[in-house]
Ligand binder design. Structure first.
Ligand code: FE
Length: 196
């Protein structure tokens, strides 16, 4: 997926922002939307928000990934920065929550021997994270996606997947969930709020 494709896709994501659920992006993506949209407020402590749906881990998870925010160092592909938060269903930030990410490369291949495009990090005191990666390719039978595991301190593990707006294959992938779509900003960055 080219950078241009990402920019076009951003419009669709911004439209989804107003709908709610876990597709709601942060304020920045609302402000950058080209169409006039009602600004989506970020949730505050006490707000009820829908939990992020769980998804299968698939066959390619590798435990004990390295701790790093950039999982694509030296990997060819279109840069993708994903920022977001990890919060409870009453919108309290999960300070220090674990975010473990794994994905295929731009050609649709997983590194199952090493840790290329794999890594984990911990959210800051306000539950925020920032992941640097590349746009994953596609492989047979699946739409474009990124695998994640999220675990609050002393909390249960949420295993799920993140999807990209505007992908033709979303409709043909039985695992795809709109609630798990990234919100794309006009500058090609993405955001997501995990509710667990
Ligand atoms: Fe996969």
């Amino acid at each position: 997926m080219s950078r241009r494709h990402l920019l076009i896709a951003g419009g669709a994501a911004a439209a989804a922002v107003a709908v709610g659920g876990c597709t709601r992006g942060d304020d920045r993506s609302s402000q950058r939307a080209s169409a006039p949209l009602k600004e989506t407020p970020g949730c505050v402590d006490g707000d009820d928000v829908e939990e992020t749906p769980a998804q299968t881990a698939g066959p390619f998870f590798t435990p004990n990934s390295p701790e790093r925010a950039n999982i694509a160092d030296g990997v060819d592909g279109d840069t993708l920065v994903i920022t977001g938060t990890i919060v409870s269903s009453t919108c309290e930030p999960h300070a220090g929550a674990l975010l473990d990410v794994w994905q295929c490369d731009a050609q649709g291949t997983y590194d199952n021997d090493g840790f290329r495009l794999r890594g984990h990090q911990f959210a800051d005191d306000e539950g925020r994270f920032r992941l640097e990666t590349i746009v994953p390719g596609v492989y047979p039978g699946r739409t474009r996606h990124i695998h994640v595991r999220v675990q609050p301190e002393r909390g249960r593990i949420l295993t799920t997947q993140l999807y990209f707006p505007g992908e033709a294959q979303n409709a043909r992938d039985g695992l795809y969930r709109e609630e798990c779509e990234l919100s794309m900003a006009d500058d090609g960055t993405a955001s997501f709020r995990f509710v667990v």
